[in-house]
Design a protein around this ligand. Structure first.
Ligand code: XIL
Length: 722
């Protein structure tokens, strides 16, 4: 059906006289109708001929001049993206009074000093994975060159719900400036700027996990990493109010390039012109040689917490602070907390509730960090988990960045009622920031999808998949068939084996087909069968699915299910998932089963090592066990995914068991990072705040984050894998 739509769209465009071709991409992200263009004229025509939305325009390499759209409002995202592996250059991008447009992978190099990208009016515009800059480098530039040649990277004026995601923005005055409501500036790399890194001035905006580095001072303006300014009705600076700003997990470093010219103090996060209402500044890392590290002047409920502010030059007198202070007009801060920060100076406004902060002027940094001079902010073992942000290692912000360096996808599980496309709570933000993949823990199981015989209920599953889609994440579908979490009517099923086979096929076709069509490119993998084996390696006889009549042998239903899933979505990566399969008889039995399936041409692409560990178990796999089993699968061309990693420790937790718990995380991470066929590490519960282990009595859960979403040692072990 999708294919027909693509052909239809192409036919319409061709009849309108455009130079376009139907895309025949097999990329499963391209199931929507797509046209390919290779000239500015063809692009203009394709854009002029767009329907109501949900279309893709793929731009070939070349030079396209200005991309300018006015008054184009779509009901579903139109995606303008560059064909993979090529470079499409644009001079400027202007989207005025438009909505639902996503521009991806473009290379923007303006020839004049005007904003490279300007979004004015309208809503729901996304700029993603672009390279935006006024030059490739500025070697040999004078201050006058800087002032004449660069302007703002992305300017958002009165446009709401803008997303600026994962771009490289460089050689600019300011990286991103927005007065729009709900601007999400997320995971950009902003490098070499002559004014400020990011300027968020609109309510409900989020500045998350950006990396902001290398300010140059070429005129009278003071450089600030992130600066927000309220304006009064007459435009007076500091005369207004900005609500609901979230500044989370950014890394701001004054100088990473020793040869940087025009060096000058960079102030980290300067919120000097409030009032800021419901402000949240957390988990940022600032390494600068300025007096101002993180400062808020004028607040009405501000939380400034778990930030790390390092004095990058202890020899100079400047000591960066973290503080919440009076408004410049003298109004004291209201209802504000300053807690668990580490900084060279900590503010002491009497109206602020300050606690748990650590002051360190520099010489004692080695007590706190492994190697801060090389931007390694791994906490030393003497640091308690509940102190400081400690989340920045080697200047990377997140688990997914660290994992990706080893070719591994970092995943996080979503509990039953967690996170949908409109979620804004801290836990969901954490999941979208830290992980590249999510696994709904329960929402795709039979009991959730088919509580009542004869109907499907996709509401919870769709909500969680929509959450992932909104965040550009992929989903591991768990699970099409299992012996548990089945609705009572299924467990009571009394049909014959042939009818049960039909029910199974229909379920797989319906569920996989639903996500293939409704969320193209999002649910890229499926646990087709979950836990088929007993601990001795025999096929479970207590699973209803063992009664499927599908020809020969107890394993026949498994192969049949994989074929059915492959037919439903030929692009999906299909996984056989079980626990305790890293070693021993069960491990050998699963390997033998997968080997046989492969030999018979069954489309099995990966195995899942669930990796639920309990420190009281007497036999647990060693790192070598895990590595050896991964190697065996590599030899038969099968990927391995750590699908449900967590550790439970009998309460109360002893020091020895805590150490054992750490060692599990360490073994799994190191084994996976070195194995070329280990592709994913998913933490089944992300934090103790949403732990499924709470349903098991007598245990303390141990996950990457604690109940207050602070990183545990497990988090660092997963990042470092060493
Ligand atoms: C668990 C869920 O996390 C719980 O919320 C639910 O109550 C029981 O199931 N192996 C699996 C997962 O494959 O589906 C299980 O998930 C944990 C064990």
């Amino acid at each position: 059906m999708e294919h027909t739509r693509a052909l239809l769209a192409a036919a319409l465009l061709t009849s309108a006289g455009c130079e376009t071709d139907a895309a025949t991409s097999t990329d499963n992200q391209e199931l929507r109708s797509a046209v390919q263009v290779s000239s500015a004229t063809a692009l203009g025509d394709a854009l002029a001929n767009l329907g109501s939305g949900d279309e893709v325009v793929i731009v070939a390499d070349g030079d396209y001049g200005d991309l300018e759209l006015v008054g184009r409002n779509f009901t579903a995202d139109v995606r303008i993206r560059v064909a993979s592996g090529v470079r499409a250059r644009f001079d400027k991008i202007r989207l005025t009074n438009c909505s639902h447009i996503l521009v991806e992978d473009v290379w923007v190099r303006p020839t004049t000093a005007q904003p490279a990208v300007r979004i004015e009016g309208g809503s729901d515009i996304t700029i993603r994975d672009a390279d935006i800059g006024f030059a490739d480098h500025a070697v040999g530039w004078s201050a006058a060159d800087w002032n004449a040649r660069v302007s703002v990277g992305v300017e958002v004026v009165d446009s709401n719900d803008t997303t600026i995601h994962r771009n490289y923005i460089h050689h600019v005055t300011t990286g991103v400036e927005s007065n729009g409501v709900a601007t999400d500036v997320n995971r950009n790399d902003i490098n070499y700027f002559s004014d400020d890194g990011v300027r968020p001035h609109g309510d409900a905006s989020m500045i998350r996990s950006n990396r902001i580095t290398n300010n140059v001072k070429v005129n009278g303006s003071t450089n600030v990493g992130i600066q927000s300014v309220s304006r009064g009705p007459t435009g007076a600076v500091g005369g207004g109010r900005i609500d609901d700003l979230l500044v989370w997990g950014n890394t701001i470093i004054e100088t990473t390039d020793p040869a940087k010219p025009f060096g000058a103090p960079l102030q980290g996060i300067g919120f000097y012109d409030g009032v800021y209402g419901d402000l949240f500044i957390a988990q940022n890392l600032v390494s600068v040689d300025a007096w101002r590290g993180i400062a808020v002047l004028g607040s009405d409920v501000a939380n400034v917490q778990y930030n790390t502010v390092i004095d990058s030059d202890p020899l100079s007198p400047r000591r960066p602070d973290v503080s919440i202070e009076d408004h410049k007009d003298g109004r004291p801060p209201l209802g504000s907390r300053l807690r668990y920060n580490l900084a060279a100076r900590v503010g002491s406004n009497p109206a602020v509730n300050a606690y748990g902060n650590i002051v360190t002027a520099g010489s004692d940094l080695p007590v706190f960090f492994e190697d801060h001079e090389n931007y390694d902010f791994m906490p030393t073992s003497s640091v308690p988990n509940n102190r400081g942000s400690w989340r920045h290692r080697n200047m990377d912000g997140t688990l997914q960045d660290a994992a990706r360096r080893h070719g591994v996808v970092a995943g996080g599980g979503l509990g039953s009622f967690m996170c949908d496309a409109t979620s804004t709570d801290a836990l969901c933000d954490l999941v979208s920031d830290e992980f590249e993949l999510v696994t709904p823990n329960n929402a795709l199981k039979w009991s959730a999808l088919r509580p009542v015989e004869g109907t499907f209920n996709f509401s919870r599953g769709d909500a969680q998949v929509a959450f992932a889609q909104r965040n550009g994440q992929i989903v591991h579908g768990h699970t099409l068939l299992w012996s548990a979490f089945n609705p009572a009517w299924l467990e009571a099923y009394r049909g014959d084996g042939v009818a049960l086979a039909g029910l199974m096929d229909d379920h797989i076709q319906t569920v996989v087909g639903h996500y293939r069509d409704e969320f193209p490119g999002v649910v890229t993998r499926w646990d087709v069968v979950n836990e088929p084996l007993t601990s001795s390696g025999a096929f479970r006889s207590d699973s209803i699915w063992s009664a499927v009549d599908s020809g020969v042998g107890p394993a026949a239903y498994i192969s049949r299910a994989f074929h059915a899933a492959h037919t439903a979505d030929p692009d999906a990566h299909l996984v056989l998932n079980d626990f305790g399969v890293e070693f021993g008889p069960k491990g050998d039995a699963l390997f033998a089963l997968v080997q046989e399936m492969k030999a018979e041409g069954v489309p099995v692409h990966g195995v899942g090592f669930q990796s639920h560990y309990d420190t009281s178990w007497t036999t647990v796999p060693t790192r070598d066990d895990i590595s050896e089993m991964m190697e065996q699968y590599a030899a038969i061309g099968v990927d391995v995914h750590i699908t449900e990693l967590d550790v439970r420790i009998p309460s109360p937790v002893s020091a020895a068991e805590q150490e054992l718990a750490d060692s599990f995380y360490e073994s799994v991470a190191t084994a996976c990072f070195v194995a070329p066929n280990c592709k994913t590490i998913t933490s089944w519960s992300v934090s103790a705040a949403n732990s499924w282990i709470d349903t098991l009595t007598g245990y303390t859960p141990y996950h990457p984050f604690d109940a207050e979403l602070r990183p545990e040692r497990a988090y660092w072990l997963l990042r470092a894998g060493q």
